[in-house]
Design a protein. Structure first.
Ligand code: BGC
Length: 762
């Protein structure tokens, strides 16, 4: 007996070691390249599955446990109760569930799938881990304001660590939709208005979530969403149609998706919108020709929620059967929540409308990913109730949230060096609906995070000063409505103080899905509060809370100091206090332009000059601008001040021209003439003066964050190659044309910084 036991173990250990030795480095390399291995057993399994079981592998549903968190985040779908869901797992009619409730729930469902179903295929557990699991990091747009993709990689990695500890295998993230219209509510989930930043953050987040080995129980499968151009809906209205040139689609909107796939993302989510008349979910050109044909994507595609079914209301599909057929044949492998695939795919195959080989191909993709996630080897590898608790909100994760939070803060203005505030000796009035309280801290699109575990501004500020008793807090008004006596109380509190901190802006539910706004302003009661409080005449710092760029007005726009603080998550109050009191110097930069007025939207820095450009800041008659409003931003993309005083000088090019097969170096000196250390983000922009397709007034091509001590000067050098000067030409293919290019190294997209020009030679 003993011998047998030993020899069995030895065999198992030998096989395991060999597999680990063989598989691990190879798996890491393949994964980093976005390559999928299909193990031989997958086709054997497929060969034994009924049509219903195969369609079941392509059907994902919201978790029905306890009513299901998913059901409150999304419109009610074709949900079932949990007992029924367990039954579906037993019958092999379910590939997995999303937004469920932790390891306990996952264990029940997984047991039904791998122990009680005929094929014993493990389920996959998905969730919207958008900016954290239990520890909530800044909203994705805020993280982009750090201009530090590596930081986003680290927060994604930390989120994956927590979430995979709670039984989650797959995140519906990163959302990489370029958003150039601030009325749209979902810009908060994405990478801002610029394709280069979008690319860098998409890739960083994918690497953070997926790590180097998907099979480890510390990582998640990433999902690039929403493919494609969801951020370009007409007038910023969520779900609205997109109608745009192929050139713009490729040059701007497709960029971050492509970068995410290049970084190895192995799943994708179709977007709700149509593009040029064809819904993405039914768009073969997009889902197959571009995604798989051009980009070589090998993972699987899931619909966004009931996006397949929505093609009926959208006027593209006749009925559910037609919708399932159109979506599936377009290249959407898996259906979320409508139930249409498991309902109709078997019949569609039987009638010959969907080739069986196509069905098998999609099932193969899904099973191959389940295998890469290690689910066949160990279906319970991520499901461990003890580990779920042990990994939750660790001090090091919270410290990372605090670091990300303070780096995401953008100082828009600081007249007379009002900031940083003194830590002692001053009475501070902290006023506004976001001054205190466990609300609006973690921000939109949070499934598992909790405001009650987050630090509010009052607590953060009190912890940072010498005498917390000198801080007086009053609400003043609600987010959207006045408060009886609130204004009077606020004015009295301001009068009795030396300094005012005004915490105003948007609540969490004013951005996110289905939260488009017509006016991107601070709500009227808060604007009145700001006007009344600032009339008291005390030095006032505005601390904005927001999920988008805003059009600031009145006393808010004119405040001597303004901090853009977004939604910073669990460590909100500490992160803001770090910057307010100077423990950390502000280093964030705007990833989206703050316009002068809502009516300028969509406003983005990389617009075209038009035949009648207005000189910056001027309002010349018959030149492009809205009545009374400069054709520029109040606070442009890339803008952000530091506690130093940074000067740009001495732009130098390594040569007056660049040959077609060469490169050119552009350098400038940055000097900190201030008394405090600073982290400056030097940005390199170009403008192609004359081209066969008109080019934007500026395009960001590179940036670098550098630390400058008081009095320190540093040379910053960038290299440009012809690839940086490429655009989509008349034939919708990348071209580089000889000619003259302006080049800037500047502190924002609309600041002059230092400027030069060079020729690209034929
Ligand atoms: C959203 C997706 C999300 C999905 C599942 C949809 O409404 O558009 O971003 O991943 O719901 O929660």
């Amino acid at each position: 007996m003993l011998d047998l036991a030993i020899s069995r173990r030895a065999v198992l250990m030998g096989a395991g070691a060999a597999a680990a030795w063989l598989a691990s480095p190879a798996r890491a390399l393949l994964q980093a390249a976005g390559k999928v291995q299909v193990p031989a057993f997958v086709d054997q399994l497929i060969g034994r599955m009924t049509l219903e079981e195969r369609a079941g592998q392509l059907q994902l549903m919201a978790s029905a446990w306890g009513g299901g968190s998913a059901l409150s985040l999304n419109p009610p779908g074709n949900g079932s109760d949990f007992a029924q869901q367990v039954n579906e797992a037993r019958q092999g009619l379910l590939t997995g569930v999303f937004n469920g409730n932790g390891a306990r729930m996952a264990r029940i469902l997984q047991t039904a799938a791998v122990k009680q179903s005929r094929m014993k295929i493990p389920l996959i557990f998905a969730a919207d881990i958008i900016h954290g699991h239990r520890t909530i990091f800044p909203v994705p747009l805020a993280e982009v304001a750090t201009f530090e993709p590596e930081l986003a990689r680290r927060t994604a990695e930390a989120a994956a660590f927590e979430a995979s500890g709670a039984g989650i295998d797959w995140t519906f993230s990163p959302m990489v939709d370029v958003a150039r219209d601030q009325r749209w509510g979902r810009g908060v989930e994405g990478g801002g208005e610029d394709p280069l930043l979008g690319r860098l953050f998409a890739a960083a987040r994918v690497r953070g979530f997926q790590g180097t080995d998907l099979a480890s129980n510390e990582h998640l499968l990433a999902c690039i969403k929403h493919f494609a151009a969801y951020g370009a809906g007409e007038s910023g209205l969520d779900y609205n149609v997109v109608d745009m040139s192929m050139r713009r689609l490729r040059e701007v909107y497709l960029q971050p998706y492509e970068a995410g796939f290049e970084a190895g993302a192995l799943s994708a989510m179709a977007s709700f919108n149509e593009i040029n008349g064809v819904p993405s979910t039914g768009n073969h050109w997009l889902m197959t020709d571009v995604l798989r044909g051009e980009w070589g994507f090998q993972g699987f595609v899931v619909s966004d929620y009931t996006g397949d079914e929505e093609m009926i209301a959208g006027g593209y599909a006749k009925d559910g059967r037609d919708a399932a057929k159109l979506a599936f044949l377009a290249g959407v492998d898996m259906s979320m929540q409508s139930g249409l695939y498991r309902q109709h795919l078997p019949g569609l195959v039987r009638s010959g409308e969907v080739p069986e080989a196509r069905l098998n191909q999609s099932v193969r993709r899904v099973l191959a990913l389940k295998s890469m996630l290690g689910l066949f080897e160990d279906p319970f590898g991520r499901i461990d109730e003890k580990r779920e608790t042990a990994r939750s909100m660790l001090p090091r994760t919270r410290a990372l949230a605090r670091e990300a939070g303070r780096k995401a803060i953008v100082m828009l203005r600081n007249e007379g060096d009002l900031l940083p505030l003194p830590r002692s000796g001053k009475r501070i009035a902290l006023i506004g609906p976001f001054a205190a309280g466990a609300h609006d801290l973690v921000g939109p699109w949070v499934v598992y995070g909790d405001d009650s575990k987050a630090i509010d501004l009052a607590a953060g500020m009190r912890a940072a000063v010498a005498d917390p008793g000198l801080i007086t807090v009053t609400q003043g008004c609600g987010v959207d409505q006045p408060l009886a006596g609130g204004l009077e109380q606020a004015v009295a509190t301001a009068r009795a103080a030396d300094l005012v901190v005004l915490a105003i802006g948007e609540s969490s539910d004013m951005s996110g899905e289905a939260q488009s706004r017509t006016e991107i302003v601070v709500p009227a009661p808060q604007q009145q509060l700001a006007d009344a409080v600032s009339a008291v005449g005390k030095p006032t710092v505005v601390v904005l809370k927001h999920g988008r760029a805003l059009a600031l007005e009145g006393a808010v726009a004119n405040a001597p100091a303004i901090l853009a603080t977004w939604f910073l998550g669990t460590e909100t109050g500490n992160s803001i206090a770090d910057v307010l009191f100077g423990a950390f110097g502000p280093s964030g930069r705007l990833p989206a332009s703050f316009p002068w007025k809502s009516g300028q939207e969509p406003y983005y820095y990389a617009h075209k000059p038009t035949g009648r450009p207005n000189p910056p800041g001027e309002l010349q008659p018959y030149k492009a601008h809205f009545r009374g409003v400069p054709n520029s931003a109040r606070f442009p993309f890339g803008h952000g001040l530091t506690y130093g005083k940074i000067e740009y000088s001495g732009l130098r090019l390594s040569a007056p021209s660049m040959p077609m097969n060469g490169s050119i170096e552009v350098e400038a000196t940055l000097s900190n003439r201030g008394k405090r250390a600073a982290e400056e983000v030097a940005q390199l922009y170009i403008h192609d003066r004359v081209a066969s397709i008109t080019r934007p007034v500026r395009e960001l091509k590179a940036f670098r964050k550098l630390a400058l001590a008081p009095g320190q000067s540093e040379l910053v050098r960038f290299t440009l190659t012809p690839a940086d000067l490429t655009f989509y030409g008349l034939e919708d293919r990348p071209v580089v044309e000889p000619g003259t290019f302006d080049v800037w190294i500047a502190p924002s997209a609309e600041a002059e910084g230092v400027r030069g020009a060079f020729d690209l030679l034929a």
